[in-house]
Every structure is written in structure tokens, then in C-alpha cells.
Write a protein that binds this ligand. Sequence first.
Ligand SMILES: Cc1ncc(COP(=O)(O)O)c(C=O)c1O
Length: 397
Amino acid sequence: MNSSHTASEGVSPPEPLQDDITAQWMLDPEIVFLNHGCFGARPRSVLEAQIHRRHEFEASPIEYLDRHRDGLIQQARTRLGGFLKASVDNLAFVTNATAGINAVLRSTQFDPGDEILTTTHVYNAVRRTLELVARERGATFREVPVPFPLHSSAQIMDAIHAALTARTRMLIVDHVTSPTAVVFPIKQLIALCEQQDIAVLVDGAHAPGMLDVDIEALNPSWYAGNLHKWVSAPPGAAFLWARPDRQLGIHPPVISHFMDEGFVAEFNWQGTRDISPWLCVDEALSYFERFSWKAVRGHNHELATWVQQLWTQRWGVPPTTPLDGSMIGSMTTVALPEIPPRYEEPMQLQRELWDRWQIEVPIIDWNGRWWIRASCQIYNRPQQYELVADAITELLF
Ligand SMILES: Cc1ncc(COP(=O)(O)O)c(C=O)c1O
């Protein structure tokens, strides 16, 4: 417990896992980086591993990318499978979560009248993909309104349960939502849909590294996740998991030589590309394992819970989820106080925080209100969030 940071009632922020962690990361120590959730950030060791991989490729391109490719990717998938508790046969690499989601949606045969369902918390790029797929196939696309603020997971379950119909073919649901940073009860949602023979595509862009993900136990139809966010692998590292009965006919977004030769074969070769991000997942996992994943997740969650209390109480705004942290992981979205009319769009406020304090934090316009989302990673410190509390007070009150 750290007695110097008791600005919020109830919880205290966690002790750092190690004193000099910031020096292990590529981030500029002068900036206040509170947006790990967007593109992640990398430890130095991960960038070094990637440079090494690129040297290997450049030294002997054919040997590396032709003859060694499948073996190298197999090793990387096995390592990732151990982390996600996923069978290696069900796991393929993609370049980002959007690509994994596109692969599933654009490979699935929807008929006119079929309904594709998601929630109002959906990530906008996924929404746009759903709009296109529905338009092309004559299917219906519907966003179920899930309230926010939320006081319990039961509200999410009830809203989605009530929206399922005999025509619902697929539910696309976030494991951790982007604008609102809520952990959805996906285990229960998958079970509910399974009973009604509705396929579930989980958008797990934020979950690996933030939550203890056991994909085979969750057993959705498909699960797409990013590794550049909370696993801190290089951008370009992401995966698609597909249950054995849901692999047939799923093609990567880029069709290439191995079309129809099996899920893994097709995804292993998506045209000539830099596979170093996939191969560096190993080093990214090893970096966090030095602290233990339990300690990393625990630190980040405790910090996010403390930040949620700090900002909510400091600005006198309604809590977005229970202040005990039971519905969040390592991010929290907090309501901003009333916005003075001189701010016409969120980017202005975000820009001002950056220009005046070098604070990098997203300001989000969602569902008729402005919100601020904090990410908490092991290099972050409580003082950084106190600085935001003060800066917002100075700008908005
Ligand atoms: C919930 C969610 N889904 C999908 C994505 C897309 O990730 P990417 O741009 O890496 O494909 C994001 C990115 O932030 C996200 O937050």
C-alpha cells in the first residue's frame, strides 16, 4: 500500500512491480503515456528481437521465408497456444484483430433475412465491416443497446438475451469493449448463444495480456485477438482462433497459394510479408513472464480500479461501472464533467492535454457524452493519473 496516494477513498494504488521499469520500455520518459490500449507499447527487448529476426531474413531471404517459414510459425503458434490455453491446430496468425474479424465475417454465408447482432459498445471498424457484410448479403445488422454506465453484468446479459430472435445467426461480442472499457460476461453469452445454435465471434482485441484468457474453455465459434496491445508484441501480431467445426471455409482476408488447404496452411501464407511480429510474440511473453502474468495483470487492474475511483470522485461524476473494479480489466472509462462550449470536438481537449502536459490519453465522444479512458500498464505510475485529474480540473471547471 502506498500512503502517499490516497486521493481516492477505498483503494490505494499498487506498488510498482520494479523501480526502474520505464527504462526497459521504448517509450519517451518525458511523455505521460496513458493510452497503452490503442497501439500498445514495446519493451526494448521486443524491438531488439524483431531487429534480430529482420537481420536473419535479410541475410538469407529464401532460406528464411520459404524453407523455414512453416517451422518458425509453428513454434510461435505453439508458444502462443500455451499462453491462451488454445490448441495449436485451432490457432492462426493474422496482422490485427480487424483482419481476423474480416476473415470470419467475409467467409461466412449469410442469407437474406439472417440477422447479425452486436452491441452499441462495438468497435467502429468492426461496425463498418458488419455494415458491409450485411449489405452485400441482404442480411440484417442490428446493434443491441447496452446501457452505460453499468452496475452489473446482468444488465449486459439481459439486453443481449432479450434481443436474440429465431433469425439471429451470429453474435459479435467484445471481450473488453473499446470506448467503454467494460469486461463483458462472454462465457455466459457464449453458453446462451450455443443453446440457441447462434455462432459467436468474440472480438478479443484487448483481452490477451489484460485478462487470463482460456479460449478452449470459453469455446466460442471464433476468437480474434491482438497481441500488439496488452502482450506488447510488435504491431502486426494478432491471431484468429477457430473451433474445429467452424474452420471449414474460413479464409484469410488475402487469398493466396494455399486456398482450401486447411485453416492453418491458408493463414500461414497470406502473400509475402514480414513475419517478424509473429515470431516476436515469444519475447513479448517472456518479458512479462519475468514478473509473472498474475502480478502484471494484478498490478494493472489495481491501478485501473484506483484511477476509476480517483477521477470519479475528483470530478464528481457518476461511476461508469462498480468502483470495486469488478467490471474492468486494466482500462477504465470515466465520464468527463460538463464540457465548456469552447470545446467543439474531443480531439481539441485531447490535443490540449498533449500540448500543455504531454499527456497522451483518449477523449471519446460516445453515446451523447464525452469520456476519458485510462490504460494502466506496468510502466505507469499513480502520479501520472493525478496529473490528469488536476489538468482536467484546470481545463473544465
Ligand atoms: C475492441 C476492438 N476491436 C478491434 C480493434 C481493432 O484492432 P486493430 O486495429 O489492431 O485491428 C480494436 C482496436 O483498438 C478494438 O479496441
